[in-house]
Design a protein around this ligand. Structure first.
Ligand code: PLP
Length: 365
């Protein structure tokens, strides 16, 4: 069985380094908000090209905190792509804000051309979700944001190492939200997340919110915060992986290049990469009109695949109160029926890749 993602393989690549670091942290006697977190925050900020990084407990928390810091409240609207992951919408609505969906473009990311028509006097921000490992068109998004005085939040949960032109994603908007969920390109061995920003006030506020609203370590609470801390073990292990992130991304790019060059089945349309962006292939996504048949056929051939994502946010039960119906976002709904993520993980063998490509090319009407 070839899994859609095999986390044991990426661990095995640097197992000795992870084990050593884990023991080092366990032996240190300090497990939350210590030196490993501080060093990771410095190293990650410098890798991204941001002035500040604040470690938090998850990508979801990073989004919730970022929207809180820019002041999203009841009645405020935030632009987000209609094919986003559910956490993107939840980061907005947990602050009382309303997601305003904009359809994706041919690169499965926010269609910047369609943002203008959705802007009202309640619009406060744009959430640029760099889906699947490639960048949104940040030039156009930032231009619209300047024109209407909106904040730009980047969701970089799938874009560790992605660039838009010369700059890394996560260093372009007002704030960027990161997830280190184990499957992400920079994945921890448990949950983790971060916010990067050039704004010192935003960074300080995030540090206070993540720790019960306290500036000190303990027991003096200035605002109502949350418990959203990155732990020392995850931070230490992330420091180990961050050193290897570029080579891990390069390996993904090589796997993706083989898929792109060798999949010749006209029923299968690999997603292209936007000019101006690179692609770190968090997922290798194809579109197929007979996606469910393809998925079942691959499963019968012992190949795992995943749909990212089968139900767009506007059709989720959680968002029934927004009052949307099937047909309201036809592009997102079509993509939900077409997309399929092929096996993509660090440590994937040549034989596994050969086999997946062969089976896909054998898929017939
Ligand atoms: C994974 C992911 C998140 C949420 O991250 P968690 O750490 O799982 O909370 C948010 N946005 C996108 C685009 C993601 O892929």
């Amino acid at each position: 069985m070839i899994l859609a993602n095999n986390l044991k393989r990426q661990y095995d690549l640097f197992a000795e380094e992870y084990r050593q670091k884990a023991v080092e942290v366990l032996d240190s006697g300090w497990y939350v908000l210590g030196n490993e977190v501080k060093e990771f925050e410095n190293e990650f900020a410098s890798y991204i090209g941001s002035k500040h990084c604040v470690g938090v407990a998850s990508g979801m928390d990073a989004l919730q905190i970022a929207f809180r810091i820019i002041g999203i409240h009841e009645g405020d609207e935030v632009i987000v792509c209609s094919n986003a992951y559910i956490a993107c919408a939840m980061g907005i609505t947990m602050n009382g804000g309303t997601p305003v969906f904009v359809e994706p473009d041919a690169y499965d990311n926010l269609d910047a051309e369609k943002i203008g028509e959705k802007i009202t006097d309640k619009t406060k921000a744009i959430l640029a979700v760099h889906l699947y490992g490639q960048s949104c068109d940040m030039d156009k998004i930032c231009e619209i944001a300047r024109k209407y005085n909106l904040k730009v939040i980047e969701d970089c949960a799938q874009a560790h190492g992605t660039k838009w032109k010369k700059n890394k994603c996560g260093s372009i908007g007002d704030m960027a939200c990161w997830s280190f969920y184990p499957t992400k390109n920079l994945g921890a061995f448990g949950d983790g997340g971060a916010i990067t920003t050039d704004d010192e006030d935003y960074a300080n506020e995030a540090r206070v919110i993540r720790n019960y609203g306290s500036k000190k370590l303990h027991y003096e609470n200035d605002i109502i915060g949350m418990n959203s801390r990155l732990d020392e073990l995850q931070a230490g292990l992330l420091r180990v992986k961050l050193k290897h992130l570029d080579e891990l991304n390069e390996e993904r790019i090589q796997i993706a290049d083989r898929y792109s060059n060798e999949i010749v089945n006209p029923l299968v349309r690999p997603l292209q990469t936007r000019p101006g962006s690179n692609n770190v292939y968090h997922q290798y996504v194809i579109h197929c009109d007979r996606r469910d048949d393809l998925m079942n056929y691959l499963k019968e051939n012992d190949i795992g695949t995943i749909i990212h994502y089968p139900i767009p946010p506007h059709l989720q039960k959680a968002y029934a109160y927004l009052g949307y119906h099937k047909g309201d976002y036809p592009i997102a709904e079509r993509y939900a029926n077409e997309v399929l993520s092929l096996p993509m993980y660090n440590g994937m063998s040549k034989e596994e890749l050969d086999y997946v490509i062969e089976r896909i090319n054998d898929f017939k009407e």
